[in-house]
Design a protein. Structure first.
Length: 268
């Protein structure tokens, strides 16, 4: 766990939302984020280390370390861009090409399938990339960890000056119910997970998973053994519930079936 003292000169971004302002710093080869809505740093740490128990390659996701920034909880991650590279979010791609707000444009499209098709076509027309596999991986992760903040600024590509490639999976801090204000911990986890609303194409993680299919395989036993050694927190409790849920009930190890209470919902 790191302890880092940063100054105002290290501030790179101040993201303002209705929930508050999150300060992001850059110092050396690291990006830093302070917690501001829950235990986002802990959640980034848990989620990114979960990905080390999948068959995704290390370059396909950002690994986060939890710690303290000026005495306050937060996290940091290594910069994954080379000096000549730029990160272009889906929001920025759309804005640069059409001068509008992609989230607002998607909100006007009536069905999930049409919203997905619109986004895939938009990204392909600008970058030449088919980001179907990228979204498949991101949205399967979001379902498992209950990510409630996968907006179009948390989906991105990297441009190296001549070609594009999908960005690694990043920014998973609003997951595991850490910042869900509707949660009531007098109720069991099973009831609280029903309060989660997904993004960006549907309010249901399961519906987006059903559309895209399996994105990666998981060593559930290895992950559960690792998770057992982590500090006891609500986020860990939620992750344990989700891991056992998808290991035993919803996702078979081959990713062939989506199950609900033992009943096959869809075949892959």
């Amino acid at each position: 766990m790191f302890h880092e003292y940063l100054s105002e000169s290290d501030i790179v971004v101040m993201d303002g939302t209705s929930e508050g302002t999150q300060i992001k710093y850059r110092k050396g080869d690291y990006w830093y984020k302070e917690d501001n809505r829950g235990r986002e740093g802990l959640t980034e740490y848990l989620v990114s280390h979960f990905l080390t128990f999948t068959d995704l390659q290390p370059e396909e996701y950002v690994l986060y370390e939890q710690g303290y920034i000026n005495g306050e909880r937060g996290c940091r991650s290594k910069n994954f861009l080379m000096e000549h590279e730029s990160l272009l979010t889906f929001y920025r791609l759309y804005y640069s090409e059409f001068g509008g707000n992609l989230a607002e444009r998607l909100a006007k499209i009536p069905t999930m399938e049409e919203r997905i098709a619109f986004t895939l076509k938009m990204v392909r027309s600008i970058t030449g990339l088919d980001v179907t596999d990228y979204l498949k991986k991101v949205l399967m992760l979001d379902m498992v960890v209950l990510n409630e903040d996968r907006h179009v600024n948390n989906l991105a590509v990297i441009f190296d000056g001549s070609k594009f490639r999908p960005a690694p999976i990043f920014d998973n801090g609003i997951s595991l119910l850490t910042a869900n204000v509707s949660v009531n911990w007098h109720f069991p986890v099973e009831e609280n997970v029903k309060r989660v609303i997904a993004r960006p194409f549907s309010g249901s993680h399961e519906k987006m998973y059903e559309y895209f299919g399996k994105g990666f395989s998981v060593d559930w036993d290895g992950f559960l053994y690792w998770l057992d050694g982590q500090e006891e927190t609500k986020e860990k409790e939620v992750f344990l519930y989700q891991a056992k849920r998808y290991r035993n009930d919803k996702l078979d190890l081959e990713g062939n079936e989506l199950r609900e209470n033992g009943r096959i919902v869809c075949k892959k």
